[in-house]
Design a protein. Structure first.
Length: 183
């Protein structure tokens, strides 16, 4: 079984994928690991689209069960049919942006206050992420995700609101195997 968990940055896709992977002992893959070259600081250089497509596809196809976290909207038509279930996470804008700010501070620590380039990159990322709910935004947005959900060839479980990881996990587990999510 292949599962995709996606939503806006800061909506909890990676966290939910990791928890589900631990619970089921399934392989988890994060699209950021395929999208960005490993640099210090991270998230500075993109990997060309054709390379990330090939690498992620090979890893997905080599696993019996896999959970992919992240957005694949612009990665090609293959991903429209690659999953048995997609999970769309959406949380209120203010909560998501607060989470992202805390994550940036945790990720970069004191360096964020002293490194002007890092500070500029972080601010640019937060600015970009803040536009997700703007229907006119041309980047990754709720509009793009809504359109993409219409072309996915698998069921889409929508989990909206500021729900806990435990609640999300329970909802997801009942979708995968009825009764598995109850404790």
């Amino acid at each position: 079984m292949n599962i995709l968990i996606f939503g806006a940055s800061g909506s909890g896709t990676t966290t939910l994928a990791q928890e589900l992977g631990k619970r089921l002992q399934w392989k988890t893959l994060d699209t950021d690991a395929y999208y960005w070259k490993k640099t210090h600081p991270p998230f500075q250089q993109k990997i060309p689209l054709h390379i990330r497509q090939e690498q992620l596809r090979a890893d997905v196809e080599s696993a019996q069960h896999v959970i992919v976290s992240g957005s694949l909207v612009s990665w090609g038509r293959y991903w429209e049919t690659a999953f048995d279930l997609a999970v769309f996470l959406r949380i209120p804008h203010d909560i998501r942006m607060h989470r992202l700010l805390l994550r940036e501070k945790s990720r970069y620590g004191e360096q964020l206050a002293s490194d002007l380039d890092l500070q500029a990159n972080s601010m640019a990322f937060l600015q970009w992420a803040s536009h997700y709910d703007d229907p006119e935004f041309e980047g990754r947005s709720i509009r793009q995700h809504e359109q993409w959900m219409k072309v996915l060839r698998c069921p889409v479980l929508r989990i909206e609101g500021d729900t806990s990881v435990k609640e999300r996990l329970g909802l997801l587990l009942t979708q995968i195997t009825p009764g598995l999510g109850s404790e």
